[in-house]
Design a protein around this ligand. Structure first.
Ligand code: PMP
Length: 365
């Protein structure tokens, strides 16, 4: 096997090694099938079993109730930025509320404007999205078609610890960068969705968990692919499903169940990994400055700055020399971003922690 680095990419991102090993082992032919996952029909019995298993693994991990449909579509999370307002503002509904807590919820709100009156119920821009609203800081419209938020802002590294309260208005959540990283109560959501390429699989797949009564809002006049109801009726096989990403999702969810032991265990690991890095930041006397305020820190994306661009460049270089890659922060925040999703092993984070300590010590001299 070629050497693997510790890959801190924000997405597409690190996948569990046992999953990659199984994909590699079975890539020439699935056991007993005589052809690979890349070559079989999405209507074959083999693939029906794979997509069925992926869905039942998700239902088991997240305790998804029967009154929710699970859709597996293409188009990435960004397609949902349009599909959600297009579908949910049906039936005479004209307004929606957005909590804008970072780049991704901002982009989502910019898309919703094309379909109806989009209210920004809270905007974190004045402090460059370094914090989240506290309950009561936002004002929601009780007649809104839905309330939208992103549970984890991948770029800024701010993460909600619990769902915002939306009363009777359906809550819509972009969980792209913290999906399957912790247990959540699906019943609190109208829609919970995530692109796969951070915690759940490769790029090319988005999972949408939608309360079935909301499907009635999808108008017949919508283009077929953009209609949630059509996909729900066809169980995500209205057109050719992204077969390979769904196969990998099935393996990742199997890994979460069988190897990790479920989402509560996954969360404990994720919390412990994030603490390793935040402890170094907090004890660094300001040498490492975290972007997010401590109460809203993300367990998935740890964003921090160093005192100068020169030191940042040296840090990135030193990390690469130690086989730690993709640590450069997003240009809108600068500095460093360590994405430590489910599949990042503890030893990878320990290695980064050790390098952060060493780098600071050497820079002080
Ligand atoms: N939402 C969040 C929170 C993201 O992190 C991303 C991608 N980084 C997106 C949406 C967009 O996803 P995609 O590229 O699959 O459209």
């Amino acid at each position: 096997m070629n050497k693997r680095d510790y890959n801190f990419s924000a997405g597409p991102a690190v996948l569990p090694e046992p999953v990659l090993a199984e994909v590699q082992r079975d890539l020439m032919a699935l056991p007993g099938v005589g052809a690979s996952i890349l070559e079989i029909s999405h209507r074959s019995k083999t693939f029906e079993d794979i997509i069925g298993q992926a869905e039942s693994n998700l239902r088991q991990l997240l305790a998804i109730p029967d009154n929710y449909a699970v859709l597996m579509l293409q188009g990435g999370a960004r397609l949902q930025f349009s599909m959600i307002p297009m579908n949910l503002m049906g039936g005479g509904r004209r307004t929606c509320d957005y909590l804008v807590t970072g780049s991704w919820s901002k982009y989502a709100a910019q898309e919703a404007v094309k379909f109806g009156e989009t209210r920004v119920a809270w905007d974190g821009k004045p402090t460059n999205y370094d914090r989240l609203p506290t309950p009561g800081e936002w004002r929601l419209d009780p007649k809104a078609a839905y309330v939208y938020y992103a549970s984890n802002e991948t770029i800024q590294g701010v993460q909600f610890s619990t769902e915002p309260e939306s009363g009777d208005v359906p809550l819509v959540c972009d969980a792209s960068s913290d999906f399957l990283s912790r247990p959540v109560d699906v019943q609190k959501y109208g829609i919970l969705y995530a692109c796969a390429q951070k915690n759940a699989g490769p790029a090319g797949l988005t999972v949408i968990i939608i309360r079935k009564d909301l499907l009635e809002r999808s108008s017949d006049r919508l283009p077929g692919y953009l209609n949630f109801q059509i996909h729900a009726e066809a169980q995500s096989l209205w057109n050719t499903a992204p077969t390979f990403p769904i196969y990998v999702l099935m393996l990742v969810t199997k890994w979460l169940i069988a190897d990790v032991g479920g989402l509560a265990k996954m969360e404990a690991q994720n919390r412990a990994k994030a603490k390793l890095l935040y402890d170094v930041i907090d004890a660094s006397g300001g040498f490492y400055a975290g972007h997010a305020q401590p109460s809203c820190r993300s367990m998935m994306n740890v964003s921090f700055r160093l005192p100068s661009d020169e030191l940042t460049a040296q840090f990135l270089h030193g990390a690469e020399e130690r086989s730690m890659t993709d640590l450069k922060g997003h240009r809108s925040v600068g500095g460093i971003r360590a994405s430590i999703y489910n599949a990042m092993p503890v030893v990878g984070v320990e290695r980064l922690r050790d390098f952060m300590l060493e780098f600071r010590e050497n820079s002080d001299e």
